[in-house]
Design a protein around this ligand. Sequence first.
Ligand SMILES: *Cc1c(COP(=O)(O)O)cnc(C)c1O
Length: 400
Amino acid sequence: MSDQKSNFYSGLQQNLDQLREQGLYKPERVLASRQGAEVVSDDGRTLINMCANNYLGLSGQEWVAQASIDATNKYGYGLSSVRFICGTQTVHKQLEQAISQFLGTEDTILYAAAFDANGGVFEPLFDENDAIISDALNHASIIDGIRLCKAARFRYAHNDMADLEKQLQAAADKRHKIIVTDGVFSMDGTIAQLDKIVALAEQYGALVMIDECHASGFMGKTGRGTHEHHNVVGKIDIITGTLGKALGGAMGGFTSGRKEVIEMLRQKSRPYLFSNTLAPSIAGASLTVLERLSSSTELRDRLHENTAYFRKEIERIGFTIKPGTHPVVPVMLFDAPVAQKFAARMYELGVLLSGFFYPVVPMGQARVRVQLSAAHTREQLETVLRAFEQAGRELGLLKN
Ligand SMILES: *Cc1c(COP(=O)(O)O)cnc(C)c1O
């Protein structure tokens, strides 16, 4: 090997070693089972899973898997084409229509992932005459999408409406302005203040875009999302979201909004034009999921019952959580090594959890993040709470 090449590889190895030393290395956890409230890891352990985005419990469900098999049988395995050449089937159009109906929008465009939806939404719609005003903690895919666009960038302090107003004033001379926020922020379960954001947008003539990856399917009284939760359905200009979390858990994303917006994205959005169509199995299963969620709020209701129960009981045991109502429950342990030790002990006790520490969350804010699911039974949650109590007592973490 040439010196230059071997320097490249040894440099990579050094950087990888450094990540390990800093505790920032992300190993993959290998499951030998379906996704679900209970999973089996590749070492044969059965674990209660508290760290999936499987909010409605659909990822491993038989009827969802069956819907994907039915769609495969009808439409085949794949299209070997982007959408506009020969990769659009009736099932894709039906799903786009169903998403629009579910969200209360005019039209929807599908992507292979929400990462692509966010990556491809700004550049076709905004240029150097315009301004994008973005929450400081927005998802990486929004940040990347904004980078690909020539619009002026304004950032407001996370969830800070006074700072948002300041940024709207700073952007006053721009032609079009759009405020962009995650509907729900996944680290803290913080729900964006969409009522206030919409009011500010109206005052300053700005558009509003929300990323609903941690909201579509279960936020709001019929699960339509954060806009329903805050009573601003019909007042959001652009909604992006994923099919890979609550809405079935496979993969796929979408952008939804006014028909002019979606039509322009179909003409110009690069991840749509230059990447393969969503597999028919996923489109068909997602359609079946949306039909089910439109006809009953049972899963959404069970998720919120589980969330309320867990939030109440975990505090009663003596843990500190970030207050809120979202199924993301940050259990605060503050100290990074403690959070690591705690997650490892919970694993031994049969509970799968993820620990987060700096730089993923601010210094001194280390935590384990619990994510509730409609699939968790009361017995499973009781088992998890007992494990929390035991590990908390062993590590001296309980307030009571
Ligand atoms: C998960 C997530 C995404 C990416 O979704 P994919 O469909 O997995 O690409 C985008 N935005 C937010 C806020 C997310 O949580």
